[in-house]
Design a binder for this molecule. Structure first.
Ligand SMILES: Nc1ncnc2c1ncn2[C@@H]1O[C@H](COP(=O)(O)OP(=O)(O)OP(=O)(O)O)[C@@H](O)[C@H]1O
Ligand SMILES: [Mg+2]
Length: 450
């Protein structure tokens, strides 16, 4: 493991600029040199000697040289004072820029170290150069430095995925993965949302920046939810199957038991009514009984039909629906109801048949209850291409209001039934623009074993 890689966040050496003590030292030196020269010149009568020599060169004006040299010295001193002021100004600017840089470094360091995403920087080979504390936590390492020098590909559970990502990064592409499986230091698997980008450093060498957000808990919760949903679906399926079985049983009992007894009663009542020797009031009472029995029989038959559409078992889906629609038309003569069933196979299986029957039944009830429509269109067709049965019930009524209507169980139950068969269910509606309920059911459904 390589721990000698320097951190880009380590501070530069302190600035080795001018300091006050050195300036005072220089000034003392100049003053010392001047005083020493003055003392020695006084001692040796230097100016008089120089004046004596120079006066022989008066033709060349060299006796004026001391004054000119004095001006030169003063000019040089003035110029170096100006240079030093300029240098001090530049130094100030440089220090300010350095301070800004240090502040920015601090910000980035904070962002990197405190980030909730596990982040790392790797070289072009994928060797980690820098890692943040969250990365150490996510991969189960004791500290970020433990990641340095490791191979980024070693964190992947799928070597091929890393090879593909590395290739994409080499092409300068950004890699985003919604659920990347990675391996932690304790060999446990974890799941992360990952983003990898490549860049070139100032020397033109490729670097990889990788960011991981731990979604392992979310993933396991999602899996648990999916499982709970599946169990719920199975439970609902079982409930609906039991409901249909119970309905069928009650309908059969009504038919076999009540039908028989009502029939026997009616035969008795008719025989009493038709006897020649019974008084007129008994005949009238018998006739009343016959009418009552007929009425009870009609009610029972309607009940049986609602509980279990016998036509569905005996004739199949399309005729049973046709019968249901005809009955509905009779009860709602003011409404126009179009019904079409195209190319339906002979049988879809028990489950699909009863589901579609319940769909049309519930939608027609809803139209009568809520829609205030003038027209209803019911269409069933089999799409041979997708091998799906498509059913729609549309009306031109007031539509479902903005809040999605009252919380009833009809539409919810339909969705449940259809999704249970692997189908799709949707309700399209807008205020004043009618309602269309549509369902698609795949043909491969198996029957309900009621
Ligand atoms: N064809 C329609 N036209 C207008 N509104 C509708 C139509 N179908 C349903 N709705 C609205 O959607 C709501 C929910 O319908 P749903 O069938 O689920 O419940 P419900 O009919 O009120 O009660 P339930 O079916 O449980 O007896 C209804 O209350 C109604 O407001
Ligand atoms: Mg309803």
């Amino acid at each position: 493991m390589n721990t000698t890689i320097p951190s880009p966040f380590s501070s530069p050496p302190p600035d080795a600029g001018l300091n006050g003590a050195a300036a005072w030292r220089d000034l003392a030196f100049v003053l010392g040199a001047t005083l020493t020269t003055f003392f020695l010149a006084g001692l040796l009568e230097l100016s008089e000697g120089v004046g004596g020599v120079l006066k022989h060169f008066e033709d060349y004006q060299l006796d004026e040289a001391p004054l000119a040299v004095a001006v030169l010295v003063a000019g040089l001193a003035w110029s170096s004072w100006r240079r030093s002021r300029q240098a001090a100004r530049e130094l100030g600017l440089r220090l300010e820029a350095q301070e800004r840089l240090a502040r920015q470094r601090q910000y980035f360091e904070m962002l990197f170290n405190e980030n909730l995403s596990a982040s790392l920087i790797a070289d072009g080979e994928g060797r980690v150069q820098l890692a943040n504390p969250e990365l150490a936590r996510f991969f189960g390492l004791p500290q970020p430095e433990a990641a340095l020098g490791r191979d980024l590909g070693g964190f992947y559970t799928d070597a091929e995925a890393w090879a593909a990502h590395r290739e994409a990064l080499g092409r300068g592409e950004k890699v985003e993965v919604a659920a990347l499986r990675v391996r932690r230091a304790d060999d446990q698997e974890a799941v992360a949302i990952a983003r990898l980008v490549s860049s070139r450093n100032p020397q033109g060498v490729m670097e990889v920046h990788a960011f991981f957000t731990d979604v392992s808990k979310l993933e396991s919760t999602r899996a648990e939810l999916a499982q709970a949903l599946e169990e719920n679906r199975l439970l609902a399926q079982r409930g609906i199957e039991m409901l249909e079985a119970e309905r069928r049983h009650i309908a059969r009992e009504l038919h076999d038991e009540m039908g028989q007894w009502l029939n026997a009663l009616k035969i008795d009542a008719v025989s009493v009514r038709d006897r020649a020797d019974v008084p007129a009031d008994v005949r009238a009472a018998s006739q009343g009984m016959v009418e009552l029995i007929n009425h009870v029989y009609d009610v029972a038959r309607e009940l049986m039909r609602r509980l279990r559409p016998v036509a569905l078992d005996e004739l199949g889906l399309a005729p049973a629906l046709q019968y249901c629609v005809d009955q509905w038309r009779r009860r709602h003569p003011a409404l126009t109801c179009e019904f079409s069933a195209e190319g339906l196979p002979d049988s879809f299986g028990e489950a699909a048949n009863i589901t579609l029957y319940r769909l049309v039944q519930e939608c027609l009830t809803n139209v009568a209850k809520h829609a205030q429509a003038r027209e209803v269109r019911i269409a069933l067709r089999f799409d041979a291409g997708s091998r799906e049965l498509q059913a729609t019930v549309g009306d031109d009524g007031q539509g479902i209001d903005g809040q999605g209507g009252r919380a009833g169980l009809g539409l919810v139950g339909l969705r449940e039934r259809i999704e249970m068969l692997g189908g799709r269910f949707r309700v399209d509606s807008a205020p004043g623009r009618g309602t269309t309920v549509s369902a698609c059911i795949p043909f491969t459904v198996s029957g309900i074993t009621a």
